[in-house]
Design a binder for this molecule. Structure first.
Ligand SMILES: Cc1ncc(COP(=O)(O)O)c(C=O)c1O
Length: 304
């Protein structure tokens, strides 16, 4: 059975969802997007979409930076997404990709006087990384784009040329991924995930003004740490702190919560998954499946 896609205000079969080759977003990377997960809870036979509202709030912020008009309200975006999942009748974990894009047939990069269109596709999706095997990271010799170049705060497709170089060169050098530094040489994040260090029992992560995408999972981790009574600090992080931290993990919608085993061939802690990482990871996987009452408001059920 063909999957449905939402495009031009309709639910249509995926094969029919095609774009003209001169679409502005294709020519210039002028689209903003989200990556959202929905988790299948087998015991309840229910699919839960995770933090849909927060993802669309970020899409709306990205759109503002990029001179885009939102064709739908926040509530409408959420409803369209849940309706699409229901139409596709998934009984498995799913990745959801909404995209708001410059759809004019137009040569030249100007963002104004340029139509905006919206689409969503969905696809069954397992783990991006093995949650139990620690990542082997390096520090990338690429730099994260800065707020004054291509702002990482906006999730813009064109900015992913930066992520693609970071990730591919790390892979080619035998690593799983890379930590990328800012132009001023401080830690920002991974190619498509935020980073947390545990330093003397304090969960430490880069600030929202450190050239990062302000991750929804990052916020989830901070909330869960509070729940677990773990102190959290958001601050600038030096490269060498990566080598000295007791534990390190990365997080993102795709990556979920993934421990880091080594950075630049230096073992993190004893090279095994750390206790605080494990605690947060365990709670996270229960929360996303709607198993923890206190955080159930983050999980939107797809089926009645
Ligand atoms: C560059 C970058 N940083 C961080 C993240 C994590 O963000 P979120 O937790 O909202 O998925 C992503 C996710 O796609 C990303 O692409």
């Amino acid at each position: 059975m063909s999957e449905f896609v939402f495009m031009n205000g309709e639910y249509i079969e995926a094969e029919k969802a095609v774009l003209p080759v001169r679409t502005h977003a294709f020519l210039y990377g002028t689209s903003v997007f989200e990556g959202i997960r929905a988790y299948y809870n087998k015991d309840e036979n229910q699919l839960y979409a995770f933090r849909v509202k927060e993802h669309y709030e970020r899409l709306i912020r990205s759109a503002k930076i990029m001179w885009m008009e939102n064709p739908y309200s926040l509530d409408e975006y959420c409803k369209i997404t849940i309706d699409l999942l229901r139409k596709n009748e998934y009984r498995t974990d799913v990745y959801i990709r909404p995209t708001l894009y410059k759809s004019s047939i137009k040569v030249g990069p100007t963002l104004t006087d340029n139509e905006d269109s919206f689409l969503i596709f969905t696809t069954p999706f397992g783990d991006y990384f093995d949650a139990n095997a620690g990542l082997k990271l390096c520090v990338s010799n690429w730099r994260r784009t800065s707020d004054n170049a291509i702002p990482p705060r906006a999730k813009v497709s064109g900015a992913y040329a930066n992520s693609a170089l970071i990730k591919t060169d790390a892979h080619e050098a035998g690593f799983d991924d890379a930590v990328v530094l800012s132009e001023s040489g401080q830690v920002t994040e991974g190619s498509a995930m935020n980073i947390f260090l545990i330093i003397n029992g304090v969960l430490t992560t880069t600030s929202t003004t450190d050239d990062i995408l302000v991750g929804v999972t990052r916020n989830t981790v901070i909330e869960l740490a509070r729940e677990l009574g773990i102190p959290v600090k958001e601050r600038a992080i030096d490269r060498t702190e990566l080598y000295l931290a007791d534990e390190v993990f990365c997080c993102g919608t795709g990556a979920q919560i993934v421990p880091v085993e080594s950075i630049d061939h230096r073992k993190v802690g004893n090279g095994k998954i750390g206790q605080i990482t494990k605690q947060i990871q365990t709670l996270y996987y229960d929360v996303v499946k709607g198993k923890i009452e206190k955080f159930k408001e983050w999980c939107t059920p797809v089926y009645d």
